[in-house]
Design a binder for this molecule. Structure first.
Ligand code: AMP
Length: 431
């Protein structure tokens, strides 16, 4: 398919074309262009793509198209996804793209009572979008079965494994009939992911879109060297600027997310925090208030924000840098959805200096350093032990050894990584 192919050229059912027109989508995104033709032919697919690339429509459109060939009366499509928010968004997309078709879908996730979900299932649905834990629960209770599944999507497989869903996923897969079309999406590839994909897929087509570079290039990125205790004041000053209209702030921990949100609220800036300790209702409300502009700032941890589909985020602020450089790309990608530009500010304290090095290595870019009243030369020039967080106290069985040696399993891993990459031997470049 050529670059300038339109949705019309993909020969989707007229009801789907109508829905796309209503959404004002005329040109397929690269992943849609590469996936849809093969999927319409019934092929399995492995897609290396992250949220923001249009991957949801890339699987929903061909599945709905193929479902119209039979008009099943039972559950014949299952989409597994790691978070409740993603499940809800995928449900909304089935609703939008399937508006002119008669299929019924339901969304199943934990953290809320199961009553309504069970009711929806008993009324009869064709499509189930679910997170693994609750789905297994309901399967074990006999509330649904998967024996008629013809289309199966495993979304964000890498995140599923990170979140410890592997056993649940394997159990679910074992209940699927062998004759089905399977689609597998992951933002990254690893040996474990590869192994799972091999088990699941038969002779799949491979589609890879690498939005990282292009997305990262499109986003204006600025760096603020600042000592940790000064970060709140810097944040307040930045938020005074009028063009910061809708801001997503990232922290590494739930505790910090709450602290930042309550600091902002005290300073009369409408804000909310979302993270794993919040109830599902609180999270849904916070996202809705942010989407409608009722709150200006949403503070989130990486997992909570993963995949949240909010357009029009004017700024992403990394109040704390992520310890995984890939998360930086995911985070700032929230501000440049579907072709728009965005801006990302990152705060870097001395103890995060090594995280910054990892990020710049991954993105192959130097982030532009801003001059500001709270600038910290200490943060800018931190090296060695000062450039990484102090080891966490650990109270597990061999905590005495860990405390003595300064090793937790996590920093032990990063130590060996750093050691292998000779990071401790070189004197880092001054910026
Ligand atoms: P996703 O990667 O599926 O989360 O999609 C990212 C965003 O792009 C969502 O807001 C979609 O509604 C939007 N989108 C998906 N496909 C297209 C398209 N072909 N043209 C414009 N926007 C799209």
């Amino acid at each position: 398919m050529k670059e300038n192919t339109s949705f019309k050229d993909l020969k989707l059912k007229s009801e789907l074309e109508r829905a796309l027109t209503k959404q004002k989508y005329t040109i397929p995104t690269p992943i849609q262009l590469k996936s849809i033709p093969g999927l319409l032919l019934g092929k399995d697919l492995i897609g290396i793509a992250q949220t923001g690339t249009g991957k949801t429509a890339a699987f929903i459109l061909p599945i709905l198209h193929r479902m119209t060939e039979k008009y099943p009366r039972v559950i014949n499509t299952l989409v597994l996804t790691p978070t409740r928010e993603l499940a809800s968004q995928i449900g909304e997309s089935f609703f939008a793209y399937g508006e002119f078709l008669k299929f019924k879908h339901t969304v199943i996730f934990g953290g809320v009572g199961q009553g309504k979900q069970v009711q929806a299932l008993s009324r009869g649905v064709n499509i189930v979008v679910a997170t693994p834990g609750r789905l297994l629960d309901l399967m074990n209770q006999g509330k649904l079965n998967l024996r008629n599944i013809e289309f199966f999507v495993l979304d964000e497989a890498d995140r599923m494994l990170d979140m410890g869903f592997i056993h649940d996923i394997k159990k679910i897969i074992s209940k699927l009939p062998p004759n089905r079309q399977s689609l597998f999406f992951s933002a990254t590839m690893s040996p474990q992911i590869n192994e799972l994909a091999k088990k699941l897929l038969k002779n799949p087509i491979h589609v890879e879109v690498t939005p990282q570079a292009t997305t990262v290039e499109r986003i204006k990125q600025y760096l603020y060297f600042v000592d940790q205790p000064e970060k709140e004041r810097l944040l307040l000053e930045l938020l005074k600027h009028e063009h910061l209209t809708s801001i997503l702030i990232f922290t590494r921990t739930k505790h910090r997310a709450d602290k930042v949100a309550s600091f902002l609220s005290k300073n009369r800036i409408s804000s909310d925090a979302i993270h794993g300790n919040k109830s599902q209702n609180a999270r849904t409300r916070a996202i809705k208030d942010f989407k409608t502009g009722k709150t200006k700032v949403l503070v989130a941890t990486d997992i909570a924000a993963r995949g949240i589909d909010i357009d029009n985020i004017s700024h992403v602020i990394n109040f704390e840098l992520p310890n995984e450089p890939e998360s930086y790309v995911h985070r700032i990608g929230r501000t440049a959805r579907a072709g728009t530009d965005g801006t990302a500010f990152s705060f870097c304290a001395a103890e995060e200096r090594n995280y910054l090095r990892d990020i710049e290595k991954l993105t192959k870019q130097k982030i532009e350093v801003m001059e500001h009243a709270h600038h910290s030369e200490t943060a800018k020039n931190a090296v060695g032990a000062a450039a990484r967080p102090p080891p966490k106290k650990s109270f597990s069985r061999n905590s005495r050894f860990k405390q003595k040696s300064g090793f937790t399993s996590k920093n032990k891993k990063s130590f060996s990584k750093n050691y292998k990459s000779n990071r401790f031997k070189r004197s880092p470049k001054r910026r």
